[in-house]
Ligand binder design. Structure first.
Ligand code: UT7
Length: 329
C-alpha cells in the first residue's frame, strides 16, 4: 500500500492595511531609505493597528479565507497549529483563539514557537500527524504581529520587521505529492544573538524590565546573518541531495524573508537563479512565521501540480530548516 502523505491543498494570506514606509521610519529614527533598501531590501511593511488586536486577528482572516476558498467545513478540521512568537497572550495558545473565532470546534489546537522557522516546524509537525494516519485535515498557520515587540526607537530592528499571517490546509493523500521531506535544526547557543529577554519565567514583567526595554526584540544582526547564510544552504543542499533533486528539478526556492542580501547569498551558494526564488520582502519586511506562507499565497497562481518547491528558513533559537514540497494542485 502506498504511503499516506500530507498535501498542501490551499493557501491564504492576510496583511493589515497600514503601510509603514521607509519615509515614515526616517521621521522616527536616524535612518534613511537608501540604507534600508540596500542593506535589507525592504521598502515598506504592514502594521496591525488598534488596541487589543493581536496576532489572532490576522490568523483569523487567513483561516477564514482558506476555509472559504477550499470549500472546507470547519467541522472537518482536526488539528490547528499556529507558529508564532507573538501569541495574543501567554496562554491560551493563539491557535485556540483562531479556531474558536472561525468555528473550528472538533480540533485540538496549539502554538509552536520556533521564531522565523516556526512555519517549517509547524508544517512538519502537522504533516506527521497526517502521515501517521491520525488526522486527515490539518491547518497550519504562520502569524506574527512583530510590531507588538519592536522598539520603534531602535533603528537596528524597527526597520526590519512587519506584521502578517498565512495559513495552509494540509490533507491526506495517497499521491506522491505534498510534504516529501524535511530537515529541521536547532542550536540554543544562538539565543544570545536574538531574543526577547523579559516577559517569560526568567524575567517576568516588572516596571524595571519595561523601563529597560527588555520586552522588545534584541538582535545582534551580524552573527545572525553569518549563521543564516551557512545554515540555510547546508540544509537546502542536503534535502535536495537526499531526494535526488538537481537545481533544474526545483521550480521554486521559498526562503524566509529576513534580508534580501541573505536570500541572494543563499541562492548563490546553492547556485539557484533568482528568477525562481520567491521574494516579497520589499513589501512586507520580516513577518517572522508569516513570511513563507505569505510567499506561497502570493505565488499560488503561478504554481502547478507537480512543481518541486524547497522552503527554507533561519531564525531565533537558533532554528533553521528546509522542506521539500511537491505542489499538489
Ligand atoms: O529573521 C530572523 C533572523 N534574522 C536575520 O536573519 C537578520 C540577520 N541580520 C541582518 O539582516 C543584518 O545584520 C541587519 C539588516 C540586521 C543589519 O545589517 P548589517 O549590514 O549587518 O548592519 P550592522 O548591524 O553591521 O550595522 C552597520 C552600520 C552600523 O553603523 P557603523 O557602526 O558602521 O557606523 C549601524 O549603526 O549601519 C548602522 N545601522 C543603520 N544605519 C541606518 C544599523 N541600522 C541602521 C539603520 N539605518 N536602520
Amino acid at each position: 500500500m502506498s504511503k499516506t502523505r500530507a498535501a498542501i491543498t490551499g493557501v491564504q494570506g492576510y496583511v493589515p492595511d497600514y503601510v509603514l514606509t521607509n519615509a515614515e521610519l526616517e521621521k522616527m529614527v536616524d535612518t534613511n531609505d537608501e540604507w534600508i533598501r540596500t542593506r535589507t531590501g525592504i521598502s515598506e511593511r504592514r502594521i496591525l493597528k488598534g488596541e487589543g488586536r493581536g496576532t489572532s486577528v490576522m490568523g483569523i482572516e487567513a483561516v477564514k479565507g482558506l476555509l472559504e476558498k477550499t470549500n472546507t467545513d470547519p467541522a472537518d478540521i482536526e488539528l490547528v497549529i499556529c507558529a508564532t512568537v507573538t501569541a495574543d497572550m501567554q496562554f491560551p495558545d493563539t491557535a485556540n483563539i483562531i479556531a474558536d473565532e472561525v468555528g473550528i470546534k472538533n480540533a485540538f489546537c496549539y502554538d509552536i514557537n520556533a521564531a522565523c522557522s516556526g512555519f517549517l516546524y509547524a508544517l512538519t509537525t502537522g504533516a506527521r500527524f497526517i502521515e501517521a494516519g491520525a488526522h486527515k485535515k490539518v491547518i497550519i498557520i504562520g502569524a506574527d504581529k512583530m510590531s507588538s515587540i519592536i522598539d520603534y526607537t531602535d533603528r537596528a530592528t524597527c526597520v526590519i520587521f512587519g506584521d502578517g499571517a498565512g495559513a495552509v490546509l494540509l490533507e491526506a493523500t495517497k499521491e506522491e505529492e505534498g510534504i516529501m521531506d524535511a530537515l529541521l535544526k536547532s542550536d540554543g547557543a544562538g539565543r544570545i544573538y536574538l531574543h526577547q529577554k523579559a516577559g517569560g519565567s526568567s524575567y517576568p514583567a516588572t516596571a524595571e524590565t519595561v523601563a529597560r526595554g527588555e520586552h522588545y526584540v534584541y538582535q545582534n544582526g551580524r552573527p545572525v546573518f553569518k549563521a543564516a547564510v551557512s545554515g540555510m544552504p547546508d540544509v537546502v543542499s542536503k534535502v535536495m541531495q537526499r531526494n535526488g533533486l538537481s537545481n533544474e528539478d526545483v521550480n521554486w526556492l521559498v526562503p524566509h524573508q529576513a534580508n534580501k542580501r541573505i536570500i541572494e547569498t543563499v541562492a548563490k551558494m546553492v547556485d539557484f537563479p533568482m528568477e525562481r526564488v520567491m521574494v516579497n520582502i520589499h513589501k512586507y519586511g520580516n513577518t517572522t512565521a508569516g513570511t513563507i506562507p505569505l510567499c506561497l499565497w502570493e505565488w499560488e497562481g503561478q504554481l502547478n501540480k507537480g512543481d518541486n518547491l524547497i522552503l527554507t528558513a533561519f531564525g531565533g533559537g537558533f532554528t533553521w530548516g528546509a522542506i521539500y514540497v511537491k505542489w499538489a494542485y
